[in-house]
Design a protein around this ligand. Structure first.
Ligand code: ADP
Ligand code: MG
Length: 456
């Protein structure tokens, strides 16, 4: 088993540009955490040290119920891979967000009503009030950095780009969520750009798709806002909605339009957001949220247990498993043909304490499931690799000019049941969810699932 210091590494939870995040169990206490691991050699020549130090220095001083807390940190640890190869790393042991990413939940169980969105928006604003009040801005607000805990509370993650400066210049963040002033290369306020991204996130919670691709006057959706024609923006977005413009309440439209203004001066402050009509409308109680979410989860679990549907029985050319088998390091780089595939893969263990919404269960046997994964990979990917050690594969998919890389793990859930879970490694989250749904269908016996298509 792979280890890092006192932690056993169970499997990958996700990865970002600079790190790999592993589900880890403490060797002595058995506690679970999310271990964010960064290679050290990569760090010293790429400014990585600064990013990690910054993340640790900022997180050390933070503690809030809607923020992922830092449990431990080490800058001199050895990461021992399953095959015995070792590597010098930094790590951050983070409080585990057992509920996975909020947006996987929305993508899999449906959009939120404005009331439910308000509940989470309140929690997000609580996190911002705390952060901004402490002089910290997050600067990388996006769906994949918003997680849920076991109790369906929002947890803000990933402080890698956070800043304690009032004015910032460096271009940090992710293109689709950046405020226009960052695209323009201007000096900007970290707190302003956090609130801009919060507007995008709120829109996505209710609409289930982003408001625009990029906050640039050239973007077909954003140009309506930058030209002060938010009426056109809402007209465009209402076209495919069941009840047209009424899909969004007038108070919602007003708040979003102002939060997404081109000119930062015109955007409401946090206090003004909190004073808005939309913010102050009724909110579900915590009990109501729990009840609704448990129902959503139960419906999803029911729909995703596919015991009665055998996987497709098409023959797989055995070379599929070996011809593109490569080794993957912490940095994600691939060393082609580094190792011959081992014939004794071990099946990773399913950890019931950690849920994600992009997983389903099957009672088919392990080899058939693995074959099905190979068939699927062969059909939809531009490139894929199988792990030589585990029942796991990394798939690279190009769809509508957007690339997504995902890892699919087959886990042993006991009782002859296997869990098939998808983890997004990089790329577009909406494409990822689309591909995940196609895969789920494919495993359900619909072997002629059509090519994936993105909704947006
Ligand atoms: P990066 O700075 O490289 O983007 P993140 O901190 O955003 O790394 O983590 C990458 C991914 O790992 C996240 O999108 C999420 O899926 C997963 N992850 C991160 N932190 C946690 C956590 N505390 N609990 C569970 N999963 C996590
Ligand atoms: Mg991240």
């Amino acid at each position: 088993m792979a280890t890092c210091g006192e932690w056993n590494l169970l499997r990958t939870l996700g990865s970002g540009a600079y790190s790999e995040v592993k589900l880890a169990r403490h060797k002595q206490t058995n506690d679970l955490c999310a271990l964010k691991i960064m290679k050290r050699d990569m760090g010293y020549d790429s400014g990585m040290t600064d990013i990690v130090r910054n993340e640790v220095e900022i997180m050390k001083n933070l503690s809030h119920p809607n923020i992922i807390n830092l449990i431990d940190f080490s800058d001199t640890e050895t990461h021992t891979h399953a095959d015995g190869v070792t590597e010098d790393v930094f790590y951050l042991a983070l409080e585990l967000a057992n509920g996975g990413e909020l947006f996987d939940f929305i993508a899999q169980t449906g959009k939120f009503t404005e009331e439910v969105a308000r509940f989470y928006f309140h929690q997000l604003c609580d996190a911002f009030e705390y952060l901004h009040g402490n002089g910290v801005s997050h600067r990388d607000m996006k769906p994949e950095n918003i997680m849920l805990d076991n109790e369906f509370n929002l947890k803000l993650a990933d402080f890698g780009f956070s800043s304690n400066q009032a004015k910032n210049e460096s271009r940090k963040g992710t293109d689709n969520y950046m405020a226009p002033e960052i695209h323009l290369g201007q000096k900007y306020s970290g707190q302003n750009v956090d609130l801009f991204a919060a507007g995008i996130i709120l829109f996505i919670m209710v609409a289930q798709h982003p408001p625009f691709n990029k906050a640039s006057p050239k973007d077909p959706h954003y140009k309506t806002i930058s030209a002060n024609r938010s009426d056109l923006f809402w007209k465009l977005h209402s076209r495919n909605k069941p009840n047209g413009l009424d899909f969004f309440s007038p108070e919602f439209r007003e708040l979003i339009s102002s939060m997404l203004s081109f000119d930062p001066i015109q955007r409401p402050s946090l206090a003004e957001i909190r004073a808005s009509d939309w913010y102050n409308a009724p909110v579900p109680t915590y009990e109501e949220i729990k009840e609704e979410f448990n129902q959503r989860k139960a419906a999803l679990d029911g729909a995703s247990s596919q015991e009665d549907q055998p996987v497709p029985t098409e023959e797989v050319d055995p070379s599929v498993f070996t011809r593109r088998t490569v080794h993957r390091g912490v940095g994600g780089e691939l060393e082609d043909g580094a190792k011959l595939p081992s014939l004794d893969r071990t099946c990773m263990e399913y950890i019931p304490e950690f849920k994600r919404y992009t997983q389903f269960f099957s009672k088919s046997d392990l080899e058939s499931l693995f074959n099905t994964l190979a068939l699927f990979a062969d059909k939809v990917t531009t490139e894929f690799e199988f792990s030589p050690e585990e029942y796991s594969s990394t798939l690279n998919i190009l769809q509508e000019e957007k690339m997504v890389s995902m890892t699919v793990n087959i886990l042993n859930a006991g009782d002859d049941t296997y869990c098939i879970e998808a983890v997004k490694d990089s790329g577009d989250r909406f494409v990822f969810n689309d591909v995940y749904n196609k895969m789920k269908q494919f495993f359900g016996g619909h072997a002629n699932a059509s090519e994936p298509t993105a909704e947006y």
